[in-house]
Write a protein of this length. Sequence first.
Lengths: 474, 474
Amino acid sequence: MNLNDTITAISTALTESAISVIRISGADAFAVTEKIFFKKTHPLNKAHRMSKKTFSTIEVNSHTIHFGYIYDGEELIDEVLISIFKKPNSYTGEDIVEISSHGGVLNTRKILSLILSKGVRHAEPGEFTKRAFLNGRLDLSQAEAVADLIKSKTEDAHKSSIAQLEGSLSEFISGVRKDLVNVISLVELELDFAEEDIEFVKKEELRKKIIELKEKFLQIISTYIAGKVIRDGINLVIAGRPNSGKSSLFNFLLSSDRAIVSNIPGTTRDYIQENIVINGILFNLIDTAGLRFSYDELETEGVRRTYERIKEADLILYLIDSTGSEEEIKESLDYYKKEFNPEKSILCFSKSDLSPNHPIIQSFNHSIIQSLSISIYQLSTIENLKNKMTEKFRYSVNLDKKGLLVLTNTRHKICLEKIIESLEKSIESIDKGMSGEFISLDLRNAIQSLGEITGEFTNDEILNHIFENFCIGK
Amino acid sequence: MNLNDTITAISTALTESAISVIRISGADAFAVTEKIFFKKTHPLNKAHRMSKKTFSTIEVNSHTIHFGYIYDGEELIDEVLISIFKKPNSYTGEDIVEISSHGGVLNTRKILSLILSKGVRHAEPGEFTKRAFLNGRLDLSQAEAVADLIKSKTEDAHKSSIAQLEGSLSEFISGVRKDLVNVISLVELELDFAEEDIEFVKKEELRKKIIELKEKFLQIISTYIAGKVIRDGINLVIAGRPNSGKSSLFNFLLSSDRAIVSNIPGTTRDYIQENIVINGILFNLIDTAGLRFSYDELETEGVRRTYERIKEADLILYLIDSTGSEEEIKESLDYYKKEFNPEKSILCFSKSDLSPNHPIIQSFNHSIIQSLSISIYQLSTIENLKNKMTEKFRYSVNLDKKGLLVLTNTRHKICLEKIIESLEKSIESIDKGMSGEFISLDLRNAIQSLGEITGEFTNDEILNHIFENFCIGK
């Protein structure tokens, strides 16, 4: 990681729009700007064209905006505003220039190329935020919250990411860190006086303190399932025999014609995936090929992929065509009972508008497996289905509670689980009457894992993995 | 047009990106900002959360940037930077606040909604630029150049729009306007002294001056065809009998699989349109349904639409399958000769890799109609075709000549044609020995038309038409 060079990127989406923003950060940001950005002098004689006048960043304050022109040699590229941020008071902690240009694709690209031609390197995704982290402008959990905030698709995701950006997780960690350090000093103080055989803290008391700490961590980990739902949404697969109405339901939920629908069994081959928010919860809706044996190679491949999606699903809507024959319905029902977990799936009898009183469905309704009758032509049945879909995840925390902390990030969860492990080891050491050195080592491992969350201790591989999922220009 | 209210819009493209910019312009821009934007006070005790602190725009200078937080009541929406522009030194000439937020879709929308909830109106497309025009920050031809600059897809389009934005057309107009006013004052001076029968300027001299002016306008109008090519590109239609390789060529030129290709005649129904830059010239490439009689209703509709596109085309590539039978080739050739203008079309024998020496093509090559043999499997034949396509438009002006003015806008061309008409009328009046009053009236009409270009004289309808094609937020 080279922190000495200067980086640049377009920070807005590169499509026709009113404004584009190009960012430059690093030691040469100002020098490069002075090579390409000019003011104009108003001529005495109005008939004359205005002429270029050099711009000096030294003469202006940080956090000021200047109107002027980007020139590539004598060629005028654009009229722009530039924003000057002087280190350390900038996003990255380095000197930053933000060029706000007209939002065309070509002129924005031309400005970027011009900057690159002056020896500035194109930034990696997330590299501005990475530098902000490396320069101590925010900790790692806050940097991760930046990416989560941008990707937020639901109110809850927005709330939890902005809380994390504001340091809700960092605050928790700095609190428990203090507790951990206190416990360690108790243990280590005793070590210092080991020869004198003074016992500063009763084993029992130490044990209690560690268990209390462990409880705190367990409580946070327990929010992770809700957090994952909030951040990543629920993988919802629509499955069933061919022609059971999967694509029709998929389109209806999306209010679009995304999937091709026909009454030819096997219409859907590739699975199709779209996001949708239902009752405030994000679903990754996946429409699949109908489950059946087929001689069609393309379709067989489709069925294979359906099984893969089913394995990874958080929730499955299993559709049975209620207009089918008794035999067909029975066969599909048996398949469902055999292959699917009712805890992770919802059984739906589809096309219910066409078969109000099918005997086999009637009799099934008395079984212990819950089912729904649905039809896209009966709005209330779909509302019913939506509520069923979301109620399974409504244990998701109420984020309106102020200051509530929800764990949304798998990396953080893994770190916290390592902490639990270390704490349990330390309790074991106490119970076995082992020397304080061992207890201290376990507790220091816990601190290490804690520091990995905030980036106090970390390595390049983890950093790269975190920042490669960022937007370009962030 | 209400200039008293305050408007807002998202000025960047609304997709996940590093930064979004939300603009507010108008009398209430600062008051609204103070309701939703807060600084934070650093607490004395670091363990306490920071608290909201109101922000006052009066206390800060124009063209300054401030870090802080957008709050909807007690709910934190985002960390942002705001840029303050105090009137009249802003894009619109009004008070402007630009909020630079994290580039997520949800948080950006939430900020926009919050501003709208404070009584700010959502801006129409181009309304910021319209206000800039109405407040005299730029003239109408410059405002039009802003939209052209954003839409530029070629170097030439970029150069001509930035020149126009910098006032190249405005400068020309202010020059010829002065000349026109001089001529008018000569005529009208004479009118004042009409009773005394003094002739200040010889009719012949007046006539000569007007003709000189007319020449200047004609010269500018003559750049329009080149200008239109530069700004809007060339409508290029690929036509021919079914299965002559139109979609294959289309895809090959685009380097993509945009059109579905099969050897089933009639594969393409809807015409497909894509932009591509070849040798610096923008082409709107249009792939069409093959021209033939069909019993398929969908295909017949496709053929009807092909004829429409052909009518509007600037250039047509007419493809004949060189692997066809002699009869088929002859029939398609006859059709080409009958229906197409060789000046506006290029005749291509396609699939030339498969039929190197077809006798009918051999013999045709001696005809006066030029033709090319092409194959997407023989790169040099396609290069040849590309050069042929662009050479037809290479009379387009060399924009590197400094200060060169190219007319790109149809509205401007119509205004200039009205000027020519008025000038011709005035010459007629002189030749008929009519009173100076008539000559003066004609010349004043010319000034009126000139003022329509810069927006000195204009009406709401024209303004609305111009600005409705702008981006939202510009």
